[in-house]
Design a protein around this ligand. Structure first.
Ligand code: ATP
Length: 269
């Protein structure tokens, strides 16, 4: 249970279509991961098309890195193992060697598999000098040794996908093992619109609601911020209805929830 989730293909429940924007990132992942996992025979000859052993997703918090990792497993038809760097190093002091071996032997049995390492900087961050905990150092060394030890047969079907908001904290040795680094940026207005369309597709919106206006008013918002805004706005009509019911004046209770007013929830970022 040092692994936070192991999910079989098709059960992760997220697909690329559930992710708004990030088209370039999806295309790159298609080439680097989905095709080689789905069609290994196309990549098994010659020397040029070697499958990628490690990919780093980096960028500001809440931009969809975890979501991309999950959707990637669905699209590639791979098992999904998720581990969180900080949990590993804090909870499992001392058992580094055993745990890392178990993780990698488990992963080879589950191939094709994507091992998602969230907060990869806390597991595999730059060497922390005198203050670094011995267990953290051992965990990192073990992890890298096991990673290097993947037989080339396995490496086609086991991908380590790291994510971080702090790419500059990563050790050079780790950066080398994650040869493909993909920046997951905050969405611009056009992309915020695409993301909002996904969140609001099923909602009752005011008749004069305009996606463009909301997209323009939410400069600096991440996908996660946009989701929180939509959830807050969807909750307000429920609160109001409950308030009316509490007053006991049932004549005033609307038969249904009023449409969402998203403008009330915008805060400067
Ligand atoms: P962190 O770096 O903080 O871990 P992250 O980049 O991994 O963040 P996620 O956890 O993937 O971000 O995003 C949080 C939530 O925000 C997602 O579960 C999803 O609901 C929403 N979200 C973020 N970006 C998008 C997007 N492009 N399309 C749809 N939903 C998104």
């Amino acid at each position: 249970n040092f692994v936070s989730a192991v999910v079989p293909p098709g059960e992760v429940g997220v697909k690329f279509n559930d992710i708004g924007a990030l088209e370039d990132v999806k295309n790159t992942l298609n080439e680097l991961v989905i095709l080689p996992m789905r069609r290994p025979e196309l990549f098994s000859h010659g020397n040029l098309l070697r499958p990628c052993k490690g990919i780093l997703l980096f960028g500001p918090p809440g931009t969809g890195k975890t979501l991309l990792a999950k959707a990637l497993a669905t699209e590639a038809g791979a098992n999904f193992i998720s581990i969180t760097g900080s949990t590993l190093t804090s909870k499992w002091f001392g058992d580094a060697e055993k745990l890392t071996k178990a993780l990698f032997s488990f992963a080879s049995k589950l191939a094709p598999v994507i091992i998602f390492v969230d907060e990869v900087d806390s597991l595999l961050g730059a060497r922390g000098g005198a203050f670094e905990h011995e267990a953290t150092r051992r965990m990192r060394n073990e992890f890298m040794a096991a990673w290097d030890g993947l037989r080339s047969k396995d490496s086609q079907r086991i991908l380590i996908l790291g994510a971080t908001n702090r790419p500059f904290d990563l050790d050079d040795a780790v950066i080398r093992r994650l040869p493909r680094r993909i920046y997951v940026d905050l969405p611009d207005a056009e992309n915020r619109k695409k993301i909002l369309r996904i969140f609001l597709a099923q909602e009752n919106l005011e008749s004069d609601f305009k996606y463009d206006e909301l997209a323009n008013a939410t400069e600096g918002y991440s996908g996660s911020d946009l989701k929180n805004l939509c959830i807050a706005a969807a909750y307000r009509p429920v609160q109001e209805l409950l308030q009316e019911e509490k007053k006991g004046d049932m004549d005033n209770v609307a038969p249904e929830l009023r449409p969402l007013n998203l403008g009330d929830f915008i805060e400067a970022k």
